[in-house]
Design a protein around this ligand. Structure first.
Ligand SMILES: [Zn+2]
Length: 265
């Protein structure tokens, strides 16, 4: 069955992974800008990264019949340096017109620090100024609940229309708050932290399928680029009807991402 992975970091993956994704039915991927495991020393380093996301990756994906889209931002971890963050934010508008750019992301919080919050607010303002969709990273483990609340308040305070933002890495204790406030929610399937395919399907069974997406967030750390088709298998095993599978794995991400006129799948 065709599917879309709305959050995967293909810069960290091999070309073999594109082939495996294609074999499992992946039609499109969306790749947020993130912390690649090391600090980029200057804004020029981010320029190279944005070129990789907007030129190299879509070309690599196309060979396997996969459409590659991306999001641009300074990641929450390096937002701890507001000077650097502002230099990077100043570069972003140059790249927003590129054919595979869907919006600003993954912005958000890492340790819920003051600097991170200031930069988050400035990146939300940047997205609004340029009429861009927003993709949000929520903090890990113990910081997640507080961080998610801070992020939702920051989005609401600036008047972001909730249907224009997806709040990612939700878990059992944050999913309801995100959906109740009208935002899209993303569940990340990680082998150790975040959701397993079983937990994610449990969440879908409790909260329904509206405005929920699943992603692999495959990156340079322990992660599984095929986590989305594995969750699909788990839903099949539990005998969910095929229309529900199609909604979760294709129609939902398609509906969110299609709010950008650039997205086609
Ligand atoms: Zn990510």
């Amino acid at each position: 069955m065709d599917y879309i992975d709305p959050h995967i970091h293909m810069v960290s993956r091999t070309t073999d992974d594109y082939e495996r994704l294609a074999r499992c039915g992946c039609r499109a991927v969306s790749e947020p800008a993130f912390w690649s495991g090391f600090n980029r020393a200057s804004a020029e380093g981010f320029r190279d990264y944005f070129l990789q996301l907007t030129e190299f990756e879509p070309t690599r994906a196309r060979r396997y019949g996969i459409r590659h889209y991306c999001w641009l931002c300074i990641n929450p971890k390096q937002a701890e340096d507001p000077g650097l963050a502002r230099e990077v934010m100043a570069l972003i508008p140059e790249y927003l017109d590129r054919p595979n750019v869907l919006g600003i992301g993954e912005i958000g919080l890492n340790r819920n620090s003051k600097n991170e919050l200031v930069v988050l607010e400035e990146q939300i303002a940047l997205a609004l100024r340029h009429d861009q969709l927003i993709l949000v990273h929520t903090p890990h483990l113990e910081d997640k609940l507080k961080g998610t609340k801070l992020i939702l308040d920051a989005l609401d305070d600036q008047g972001v229309r909730p249907e224009r933002a997806l709040i990612d890495h939700v878990e059992e204790h944050t999913v309801q708050m995100v959906l109740e406030r009208g935002y899209w929610a993303g569940m990340t399937l990680y082998p150790d932290t975040k959701c397993t395919p079983q937990r994610a399907v449990d969440i879908l069974e409790v909260h329904g399928t509206e405005r929920l997406c699943l992603n692999s967030a495959g990156d340079w750390g322990p992660s599984d680029p095929l986590a989305v088709p594995k969750a699909m298998q788990e839903m099949r095993r539990r005998e969910h009807p095929v229309e529900r599978l199609r909604q979760v794995f294709y129609a939902n991400p398609h509906a969110f991402l299609s709010q950008s006129p650039r997205f086609r799948a």
